[in-house]
Design a protein around this ligand. Structure first.
Ligand SMILES: [Zn+2]
Ligand SMILES: [Zn+2]
Length: 73
């Protein structure tokens, strides 16, 4: 189970998984998400990283408030 400071609690799989850049770890900030290109690849808005979706890290966020710092309970 994961727990967020906003009160949300749920299974790991209920969390919202977002793609995160494997090079600079950008991806959790709402205005700075990993970009999905039209050719299906992902691109980091901060560094030059570009790759297939499976090359990006997937990290959980609270589905309610998008907080990436979830506590395991
Ligand atoms: Zn990056
Ligand atoms: Zn939350």
């Amino acid at each position: 189970m994961l727990e967020c400071t906003c009160g949300w609690k749920g299974d790991d799989k209920e969390a919202a998984f977002v793609p995160v850049c494997p090079d600079c770890l950008t991806g959790h900030i709402k205005t700075f998400r990993i970009l999905k290109r039209r050719d299906g690849k992902l691109q980091c808005p901060r560094c030059a990283w570009m790759g297939d979706p499976e090359e990006a890290l997937r990290e959980p966020e609270c589905p309610k408030c998008a907080n990436p710092y979830l506590k395991k309970v």
